[in-house]
Design a protein around this ligand. Structure first.
Ligand SMILES: C[C@](O)(CO)[C@H](O)COP(=O)(O)OP(=O)(O)OC[C@H]1O[C@@H](n2ccc(N)nc2=O)[C@H](O)[C@@H]1O
Ligand SMILES: Nc1ncnc2c1ncn2[C@@H]1O[C@H](COP(=O)(O)OP(=O)(O)OP(=O)(O)O)[C@@H](O)[C@H]1O
Length: 267
């Protein structure tokens, strides 16, 4: 059985306060985008994991797909499986790729082995694996708060716009990004701002990670500026970076950016 985990972008991101558990309370809007990995699971004599596509830093034993399998195996009778992950979602990009793989793997095991988990149960397992992970269970646009794993549905759609995502040649680690931010309460919650016309977003919304990440990696600031110069209605770094997206009224090509960056159109 095969699943195709997709990436997400963050529209606005306020880091609000530091928590006792070492995490931060935040508010953001998660929006699914059309850049996808592929994961296949097959019953097999022994547990195995292998990967192709973009190279994943770290040891294969630490892959979030395996962590999801081990976590569910504690609570369910699961046979050994062979897992193949084909990686296409850029890593260290703020696109939640690892989290998407883990969440889709939970859904895949649920279907393949008839585990009868409902959405809430799967979200709870996902929460244990990473703050971004639970979003990918329903995989619909949401306003997220708390650690980024509590949700309110929103009716946002970008289907009438043209979305471009640029991956600069820089990886940013999530821990590094959080350590550069001074948490603060926003004047107006993103919950309200996201309902304003998209043309107004650039005056209203920000990603709190941009300031320090742009300072450490000015190339990312440059990409955002180029997207605005090219006519973006709204442009922002996604999550902890380094990817930057632009929302345009009409279809556009950015050959200049393509020279130094990976560019995804119509995501
Ligand atoms: C930056 C975002 O992508 C925004 O959506 C997420 O907050 C990151 O979520 P994630 O990658 O799933 O994060 P995790 O794997 O759970 O945590 C990685 C590290 O990020 C920091 N972290 C993460 C989420 C959060 N609400 N507060 C944090 O301080 C912690 O230092 C943690 O050790
Ligand atoms: N299936 C996986 N895909 C990608 N990275 C994985 C996976 N499993 C574990 N990892 C580890 O997670 C790290 C980065 O994960 P990920 O791609 O989610 O980060 P990101 O792009 O910064 O996104 P975000 O911070 O928004 O979750 C990698 O360096 C790798 O060591």
């Amino acid at each position: 059985m095969i699943a195709f985990p997709n990436a997400k972008i963050n529209i606005g991101l306020n880091v609000i306060s530091r928590r006792r558990d070492g995490y931060h309370n935040l508010e953001t809007v998660f929006y699914p985008v059309n850049i996808k990995d592929a994961i296949e699971v097959v019953e097999s004599p022994e547990l195995s994991f292998n990967a192709s596509g973009i190279e994943i830093p770290g040891h294969a034993n630490e892959n979030l797909c395996l962590k999801a399998y081990e976590r569910l195996k504690n609570d369910f009778k699961l046979p050994p499986v062979s897992i193949h992950l084909h990686k296409k979602i850029p890593i260290g990009a703020g696109l939640g790729g690892g989290s998407a793989d883990a969440a889709f793997f939970i859904k895949l095991l649920n279907s393949k082995f008839n585990l009868n988990m409902n959405v809430e149960t799967m979200q709870n397992y996902a929460r244990e694996l990473g703050a971004d992970c639970a979003f990918f269970i329903k995989n619909q646009p949401v306003f997220a708060y708390g650690k980024g794993d509590e949700f309110e549905d929103i009716s946002l759609t970008l289907k009438d716009f043209f979305l471009v995502l640029v991956m600069p040649p820089v990886h940013v680690s999530t821990g590094e990004a959080y350590s550069g931010v001074k948490p603060a309460n926003p004047n107006i919650s993103l919950r309200e701002l996201v309902g304003e016309p998209l043309e107004e977003w650039k005056y209203l919304m920000k990603n709190d990670f941009e300031e320090s990440v742009f300072r450490n990696h000015p190339v990312i600031r440059g990409v955002k500026a180029e997207l605005y110069e090219a006519g973006a209605l709204y442009a922002s770094m996604s999550g902890s970076g380094s990817s930057v997206y632009g929302i345009f009224k009409n279809k556009i090509e950015l050959p200049h950016l393509e020279a130094n960056n990976q560019v995804f159109y119509e995501i």
